[in-house]
Structure formats: C-alpha cells, structure tokens
Design a protein. Sequence first.
Lengths: 465, 101
Amino acid sequence: MSKKATTVNPAPAHDDVVVAEKFQMSDMLHKEDWLSIWGAFIIIAIASIGVISGAFAFKAGSFGKWGDADSGSFLKFFNGSETCLSTWGGILLTLIALIVIFAVSNQLMGKNIAKYAVSFLALFALTCLVRLISSQVTFSKYLEYAFWALILGLVISNLLKVPDWLKPAIQTEFYIKTGLVLMGASVLFSNIQKFGLYGLGIAWAVTPVVIIFMWLLGTKYLKMENKRMVMTIAAATSVCGTSAAIATAAACKAKKTDLTFAVGISLIFTVLMMVGMPLFCKVVALDPMVGGAWIGGTVDSTGAVVLAGNALGELAGQVAALVKMIQNILIGFVAFAVAVFFTTKVDKSENQTVGASEIWHRFPKFILGFLGASLFFSFVFQNTIGVDATAKILSDIKEFQTWCFALAFTCIGLETNFKEMADQFQGGKPFVLYITGQIFNLVLTFVVAWLLLSGRIFPIPNITV
Amino acid sequence: MKKETSPRPSTPMRVVCAAGVILFVIAVFVAVYMMANNMGQVPGIDFGPGQYYYTDIPGWQKYFLPDHYDNPVPLGILIILFFAWGVLMYRLWTYLDQKLK
C-alpha cells in the first residue's frame, strides 16, 4: 500500500525532514532533526559546565534597551564605550558558537560548509538589526522580535530580491528545532505542583478542550483545507501564543505562512486582552484570584499575563503567573500529541493503518530532544544541582534560544512573498477561527476559574505574595 | 492528479468570514492605538507582550521560582491526573475527528 500522504494536506516538501525514508542509525549524524538535538545539547552542556564549575559563563549576547532618557540612544552600541564593547563581545561569542554548530551540522548533512558560513554571516547581521530594533524601549514591551524579523525579511524578499548567495543559510526549520530543544530545558515539569489541583484544573482541563473545539471548528465547520494552519492557530490560542505556535507548527510541519498568521493574530489580540481584561475585571468587580486565573489561562504572551495580572493587584498577578507557568509546561506535550495525531491521522492515505514502526519513521525526532531536555532539567538537574543553579543555566541558554528563533523568523520573512500569504487568507477563515476560538477559551476558562477559585464550591487556596 | 479546489463558500459563511476580517482590522487599529499611547502599563513593571516566554521576562526568577502556594497533593497524583486527562482528551479528539465529517 502506498505510504504517500494525502493530497489535501501534504507535508511541505523538505529534503531533510526525517519522514520519507526508513530510519537508520546514521540518520542521527546526518539528519536535521537529530543534529538540532545535538547542537542544542552542546550549548546546554557548555552552559551547565560553566555554571556548575563556576569557571566561566557561556551566555549569548544581546542589545540592552535604548530609546528613552534612562536607557539612552542606540548610539551607545557604536561609540566604543564599555556598553558597546560588552554588547558586541557577547554577540561575537554568540556568532562563533552558532556558526560552528550550524556549519558543522551542514557539513554533516552533506552541504557546502564554506557557502553556508558566508551566508550565515549575512543572515546573522540581518538578525542583529532585528534585535537592535526590537530592543527599543517601547517596541520591546509590546512587540516581540518575531514581528520585526518578519517585517524586515518580508521587505527584503518582496521589494528587493534575496540573493542566491544568501540562500544556503535560510534554514528556518533547523533554527526552530534547535531553539525548541533549548526551550525544552526551561519547560520544568516539576512546576505542575506549584498551584496544585487548582492550577491543573484551570490550565490543563481547559487547554485540550479548546484545541479540540478549534480543530473541529476549523476543519469541519469552516472547512479549512489547510489543517496545519488550523492546528497552529489552535495551539497559539489555547496554550501560550508564539512559543506554542512555533512548537506545534514544527510538530505538524506547517508552512511558514501558517506560523506567520498564528503569530501575527496572537500578537494583535494579546495587546487587546492585556489592556482590556484587567479593565473588565475591575468594572465587574471580579475577585482578584478569579481574575488573575482567567488572565493567566487566556492571555497568550507570558509577559502580558504577568503585566495584566499585576494591573489587578499583586495577588492576581501571582495567580496569573502560576497558571501561565503550568500552561508553559504543556507546550512539549501538546507538540508531541500533535505530531502523533498528524502522523497517524492526517498524513496517511485513506484506509491506511499506521503501525508503531511507521510512526517512529515519520515522527519529528527533535520533539524527543525537547522532552528529554525538559525531563532532565525537571527531575535530574533541579534535584541534584539545586533550583538556583538550574535557574542560572536557564538564564544563560535563554539568549541562544532567542537568537535561534530570531534567525528562524528572519528566514521566514525572507522566504515569504505577499502572494503566498494572500493564498493562505482563505476568505478570512483564519481570523474567524482565532476570534471564535478565543471567545470560547475566554468563556470556558472563566467558568472553570470561577468554579475552582470563587470559594462557592472549593476552598479558596492560600497564596502568599 | 486532479488538483483539489476549494468549494465556493456559502453566503452565510462569506458573511461570517467578512465579519472576521472586519473585526481583525478593527483589532489592529485598536492595538496600534493602545501601543502608541503606552496603555496597559503598570508602574514598576518594565515588560509586556514582547516577552512572550517566561524566561524572556527580566528577573523571571522573582515571579516563577519561589513557592507561593503550599500544595497538599502529592506530585505523583498530579502527574497521573495530567496524563489521564491528556490521554482521555486525545482519544476524544481522534474519535470526534473521525465521527464528524
């Protein structure tokens, strides 16, 4: 029987995704999924050795904030001052670490290492510009770097032409997968107990129900043919915005435009919800604990959750953070379930049975790296080197994760043209899906938060702030 | 192979989609207005939606590391409940996906 995927939702063609051929041990040294795991593990290992030994700090560089009276002008990064030297020193270390890891990986994948290195330098320079713009004091609060990366990439690819010599470094999936494995380390499963049954009830009871609702709405009622886009938008809405969208898009092999849509819509509505929800809670005099849990369970971006929660008071801010923390845990498990679902249900011919070995052959392997890093940090590192040392390692590797995602979003912009985006518009169905799904999410999360935290049915938990 | 083409959407569906697009356009303008006027900020907090993941937040340890709730339920029970609900929902998802055409 043919093992080809269905014609309606074919996985995007990609030579290096481990789905088309039978697994061989040599794949672990030559395929993108595995190399993303090893690359991320090397960064985690060096950062961990640095923290545990106390001998050095293996930390990626970034631009500090600029653009107001306190932080000064962006010229401080170019005037030879101490800030200038330390900033560029950190960025140079980042460049060296990433170019070594990605260039060697490309060599192992059989690509031309010299051409890759040259094009990566240019891509990294563009990404530096993205990160500089997104560090502006107002931009950094409201718009994540992904937005500026997409804008810059889209401008270059649609107004100018992406030169051929730059193309070897445009490897969106590779950077996303490496960034996701790095992110896995910070998904601490042990945090599930931070808010006990209350947190589990609000964050975990609602999330899969919203995903199922949005899946059925998108694929059965709206009849969206692009099921990968439905899944990516559903995960962004129900779990935690951009990070969940990135992980899910990679897990179901969504197109770059699918991820762009999901991130763009989520970004706009996060701003509205961050401002509107605390105002609404105050107008209806909602209990701060219920309001905080409601915000934590529905607002997409974690930064916006903490901010909106604190607009209701410290208690609400803490409850919002607790609920969001548990939602952050869900990213890996939702991505895993989505990968299995697409492997066994979507990417198969009608009447075809997909056995365990076929699931393994098709399964996006980098998710194993994501879950492995998460479980290792949750249950081994935290219990052996302690919470503070673990947090220090996570802080050190966080900027590498950000660079990987910033590189990926710059690549997405460079690879996307406006016609392709217009093709994915589908008469506006993605907007209907997001808005309806988010309204359902708001109602359901409110009901569950009220049932658990209003004190009418269950005792009110004692939260210290 | 014959290329798959989308069926022409019904009139109610086109109205729903048009409403979705209008709502989104309004949302974009409102969001830009909110950002331009620095709305939603809280004194003492120097971050926002731009920090989409928890480790992006400056000083994230302050919000996410300390224990703010004395959880009486053993971790094992929470893990069992977590996976039980996950498996149940996955089965419901696959069942409904097959059942509803």
